[in-house]
Ligand binder design. Structure first.
Ligand SMILES: [Ca+2]
Length: 309
């Protein structure tokens, strides 16, 4: 619709110039403005064999995932009631961000008028840290701006898509395996560095990942599908309303936005202030949609056809 209106406007402009040409000096008619921002897409293949793409220089890098089925929730039988019952979900192809949305990516939206200032985004030395302190409604504003900016259907991931992407084909406790003691080599969680900065926090920690608060995105190894920081750094908003367990959950990757407590929205993955034990890949949390935290950010998803764009 936007594109069609743009060309209709240009047609009227040219018609007006032609009508005036016989009694006015020739004028230079500017080229019609593109319907969307002039963005150049790029694609790179990393040494790990994963191909990342982006639709504009200031848009986030994405990974296209094939669809498939997986067991969502407490697949190991040792989780919490809100992770149960484990259930099979069929996911269609979609794309998801390589990283959490960064402060510099957020500022591109602010500069374009699509987003408001975020508490984390004022320090240029933290440009590549994840944006945080943005509530769910602001995260929605960002994806709406990104969709308009790129002309592509960007959105927040559903909770099922998020877990499918985080697991990357695994049914283990964490994205790196089953061992909590490996957390500091694989994720930015609450650790000895965090304990020094926050001595009154009582989480039990035994290793040092080097970051007392957020870390630059991509500071730790990716999961098997090339996605970074699915566990740790910041919690990530998803589209779904909060439901206290998975009874009646969709069997597709659609966001679950019926019936539940929709003033609260789900967030996943844990953050820099959490003990690794609470950051299992099936762990869930939710906050009021207008609540924010310095441990809470997001990454984006993109609807695609079965063939990656
Ligand atoms: Ca840490």
């Amino acid at each position: 619709m936007k594109s069609a209106l743009g060309w209709m406007g240009c047609g009227l402009l040219f018609a007006g110039v032609a009508a005036a040409a016989s009694k006015s000096p020739p004028v230079v008619v500017p080229a019609p403005a593109p319907a969307i921002a002039a963005c150049s897409s790029s694609r790179t293949t990393a040494p790990n064999g994963v191909t990342y793409f982006r639709h504009c220089a200031d848009a986030p890098e994405m990974v296209a995932l094939r669809g498939g089925s997986f067991r969502m929730g407490d697949a190991l039988g040792n989780g919490l009631p809100y992770e149960q019952p484990a259930h099979t979900v069929q996911i269609a192809a979609f794309a998801i961000g390589r990283y959490e949305i960064t402060n510099e990516e957020w500022l591109a939206c602010v500069a374009a008028g699509g987003c408001t200032a975020a508490p984390s985004a004022g320090d240029p030395t933290r440009a590549r840290h994840p944006v945080s302190g943005v509530n769910w409604r602001l995260a929605e504003a960002y994806v709406q701006w990104l969709a308009a900016h790129t002309g592509r259907p960007y959105r927040l991931p559903s909770e099922a898509e998020w877990e499918y992407a985080a697991r990357a084909g695994s049914s283990e406790q964490y994205t790196w395996g089953n061992l909590e003691i490996d957390a500091c080599a694989n994720a930015n969680t609450f650790d000895l560095a965090g304990r020094r900065a926050n001595p009154n926090w009582n989480w039990n920690v035994s290793c040092n990942d080097g970051y007392a608060a957020t870390a630059p995105v991509g500071s730790f190894p990716p999961n098997k599908w090339g996605l970074y920081d699915m566990i740790g750094n910041v919690w990530e908003w998803v589209e779904d309303c909060w439901h206290p367990d998975y009874s009646g959950a969709p069997s597709t990757g659609a966001a679950w936005i019926s019936e539940g407590e929709c003033r609260k929205r789900v967030n996943r993955g844990g953050g820099w202030g959490n003990n690794p034990r609470s950051m299992r890949v099936s762990s869930r949390d939710a906050d009021l949609a207008d609540a924010s935290s310095d441990g809470l950010g997001f990454r984006v998803a993109l609807s695609i056809q079965a063939t990656p764009p």
